[in-house]
Design a protein around this ligand. Structure first.
Ligand SMILES: Nc1ncnc2c1ncn2[C@@H]1O[C@H](COP(=O)(O)OP(=O)(O)O)[C@@H](O)[C@H]1O
Ligand SMILES: [Mg+2]
Length: 265
């Protein structure tokens, strides 16, 4: 691809990674969690990241969300080169332009749903946009739960609070790491429907790590990671397309492992 073409396609990405590398440890025990990942996330799209356990999904997402620093390569979020920021600017970027949803909800137990949702804005010293707050609360179905603390809510309700919190600042991009991993399928479907709606109706950009082909089938695009590299991609996939790709990748990984084990090491 020419430089011109690269510039053209990356201009309006919500986030992108360029030749991203992340290593842990050193010498014989060095692990290349990311081994040169370049990817961009178009605005207003819902993307899934899939791949076997240990393939680098969480590392990629943490680097993209500026929660972790890469060993090499660049991350650009909403037009800002993350590596160029000092700590203060990085904190502001995380609070104002990035939303994050964790598998384990990560709500503050002593705060009500409303207080949890508004916490990032409070920390940033900004007031919520009333219209946007009401829109998000309505969409996530929490209007009658705003005074409840996390312990008074089901897992599905807690994760919907976490989704509302991620969206409260109207961020440029929302990252979700296995957001349905701790939920039963009905609660998971509610969370996925909300994320889908936030993209379709509110123009949000969402990137989600998932193991689940049903969850990934809510997405516009699926990216497959293996051994720290993007190995495949699907656009507008069906659940069957996704399952077939997952099976092929698992088989390839098992063959590689068998070949490695067979060398007598
Ligand atoms: N803090 C860490 N220290 C050492 N190795 C790590 C650390 N975090 C991740 N890894 C290793 O990096 C690789 C990718 O991990 P991760 O991104 O968590 O994969 P995934 O989310 O796809 O399961 C794995 O081999 C994992 O063991
Ligand atoms: Mg992970």
């Amino acid at each position: 691809m020419t430089l011109e073409a690269t510039t053209e396609t990356t201009r309006d990405a919500a986030a992108r990674a360029v030749d991203l590398r992340k290593s842990y440890g050193s010498g014989d025990s060095e692990v290349h969690a990311l081994d040169g990942v370049s990817v961009e996330f178009e605005r207003g799209a819902f993307t899934a990241i899939m791949g076997p356990s240990g393939s680098g999904k969480s590392t990629l997402m943490h680097c993209l969300a500026a929660l972790d620093a890469p060993t090499a390569g660049r991350v650009v979020v909403d037009g800002t080169d993350v590596g160029s920021l000092n700590d203060k600017a990085l904190t502001a970027l995380r609070r104002e332009r990035i939303g994050f949803v964790f598998q384990a909800f990560n709500l503050i137990p002593t705060l009500t749903a409303r207080e949890n949702i508004l916490l990032p804005l409070d920390l940033a010293g900004t007031k919520p946009d009333k219209g946007w707050f009401d829109t998000v609360i309505e969409a996530v179905g929490l209007a009658d739960r705003l005074g409840h603390r996390p312990a008074q809510m089901s897992g599905g309700q807690q994760q919907r609070v976490a989704c509302a919190r991620a969206l409260a600042s109207r961020p440029a991009i929302v990252f979700a790491d296995e957001p349905t991993g701790n939920l039963d399928s009905a609660s998971g479907a509610e969370v996925l429907a909300f994320l889908r709606r936030s993209v379709d109706e509110f123009g949000q950009t969402v990137v989600m790590v998932t193991h689940d082909a049903i969850a990934a089938s809510y997405c516009d695009r699926v990216i497959f990671l293996a051994d720290g590299l993007i190995v495949d991609e699907l656009d507008r996939p069906t659940r069957d397309d996704i399952l077939a790709h997952m099976t092929a990748l698992q088989d390839a990984a098992l063959k590689t492992k068998a070949a490695t084990d067979g060398t007598g090491t």
